[in-house]
Each structure stands twice: as structure tokens, then as C-alpha cells.
Design a protein around this ligand. Structure first.
Ligand SMILES: *Cc1c(COP(=O)(O)O)cnc(C)c1O
Length: 226
């Protein structure tokens, strides 16, 4: 039976291409990261069968339960950590993931640098920026981004490739995407992870290199699992 998930992915890729064409900043090579948190394994397999190879998970435990086995059946997967990471799970995260998108504080940067050195694995990292300066949200403040980027790159030799943001739900996303882009340019970073199911076209028009899309690929999530 044909899965609607393959159709969703094809339609999303078309919309990403159109958004990239519609703007001078748009990148035709923007990558679709399928966010598989809270999704049943059958849906993930349908995406893999459709050729999707970049996925995002927000919890170490959940990723550990699903991905080692899926990777054995489907080589070439790139797994992005897109959720808050506790420093005491840095070792497990370095073993499981290929990209860390949520580097958001000095203590985590130190833990990751140590575990990457120990595992001899140098994962590309995105620094999460709290563009809305929301007290409850993770991410470095825009004003502190420059110093944190320097510390991660020069002090800790982390492979910082770009910036990531999650705009406040109640705001128009465009100014947040614009700010993230400006900060990246200012600090010589080329990758931008921004845009989700509801706003990925705007993100692509503002130069996203990665969009993180869950429900528009797979449908509604189950209750958050551990
Ligand atoms: C869950 C999640 C997404 C995907 O959200 P959708 O609205 O389902 O596309 C993207 N980014 C992060 C950080 C998330 O936690």
C-alpha cells in the first residue's frame, strides 16, 4: 500500500524549491530534516522507503530506542539532535547522533567537547539562539552569540557550522529568521536551521539551509514519549 508520507515528502520538497526560487536568499539545496519524535516506527520506515535520510529527534532515550536498529536496515541516515540536551547525556548523544543542533550553553559545550574527543567523533554543531529572548526557552541570547561562538570554536575546537532558532509561537517568524541569518553572516557561519511545519516556506525564503518538519511529514504526534 502506498504511504501518504512519501507524498507528503515530495510535496514538501516541491514547496521548498518554490520558496527557494521566490527569494534571492533562498537556497535550492536547503535540506529537509524529518522530525520523527513521537512518531510510530511504521511512519519512519515509510519515510526511509521514500528515500528520506535526514531525521531529527529531540530526546536521547527515544532516539536510542529507535535508531540503532533502523540504521542497520537503512544505511546513510543523518540523525540530528534538535532538543534540549542535559550535559550528563552528552556521551550518549555523541554516540547516537550525527549533528547537534541545540548547543545552547557553556556547560554543554564543555561536556560535548570532552565526549567528542574521547569518542574521536567531531560532530557538526549548530548553536541555538533564543531570538525571542524568552526566559523559559533554551538558547544563547542574540547579544551573547558572538562570544559563545568564539568560545566554542576557538576555546573548545567544536565544529560549529551554523545557528538554529525556534521563534516564539505567538510571533510572526520572519523577523526571527532574519535576525538568525544576520547573526550567522556576522560570525562567518553558513548554515541556518530554521522553519517547522507551519513556517518552513518563510524560513527557506530567508535562507534556511535546514528546515525541521514533523507533523507535515508524518501527521500528528502521539503523546510525548520518554
Ligand atoms: C517538534 C519540533 C519540530 C517539528 O515541529 P512540527 O511543527 O511538527 O513540524 C521542529 N523543531 C523542533 C526543535 C522541534 O522540537
Amino acid at each position: 500500500m502506498d504511504s501518504p508520507i512519501a507524498d507528503h515528502i515530495a510535496a514538501l520538497r516541491r514547496r521548498m524549491d518554490e520558496a527557494a526560487q521566490a527569494s534571492l536568499l533562498g537556497r535550492k539545496d536547503a535540506r529537509l530534516v524529518a522530525v520523527s519524535k513521537g512518531q510510530p516506527v511504521e511512519g519512519i520506515i515509510a519515510a526511509l522507503e521514500a528515500g528520506q535520510r535526514e531525521f531529527g529527534e529531540n530526546r536521547v532515550q527515544e532516539a536510542a530506542a529507535k535508531w540503532p536498529e533502523l540504521r542497520r536496515s537503512y544505511p546513510g541516515v543523518t540523525l540530528h539532535l534538535i532538543g534540549h540536551l542535559q550535559s550528563n547525556k552528552a556521551k550518549e548523544a555523541v554516540a547516537l547522533f550525527d549533528v547537534i543542533q541545540t548547543l545552547d550553553r557553556p556547560s554543554l559545550a564543555h561536556a560535548l567537547a570532552e565526549e567528542m574527543a574521547a569518542a574521536n567523533r567531531r560532530l557538526p554543531c549548530f548553536i541555538q539562539v533564543n531570538t525571542g529572548e524568552e526566559p523559559q526557552k533554551s538558547g544563547v541570547m542574540p547579544m551573547e552569540a558572538g562570544e559563545f561562538i568564539r568560545h566554542c570554536r576557538e576555546g573548545l575546537a567544536l565544529d560549529v557550522v551554523g545557528l538554529m532558532c525556534i521563534p516564539p509561537a505567538e510571533d510572526a517568524p520572519a523577523p526571527h529568521f532574519g535576525l538568525l541569518r544576520e547573526l550567522a553572516l556576522k560570525h562567518g557561519l553558513t548554515q541556518l536551521s530554521m522553519g517547522m511545519s507551519g513556517d518552513f516556506e518563510t524560513a527557506v525564503r530567508f535562507g534556511a539551509s535546514h528546515v525541521r518538519i514533523g507533523t507535515a511529514v508524518f501527521g500528528e504526534r502521539r503523546a510525548p514519549s520518554l
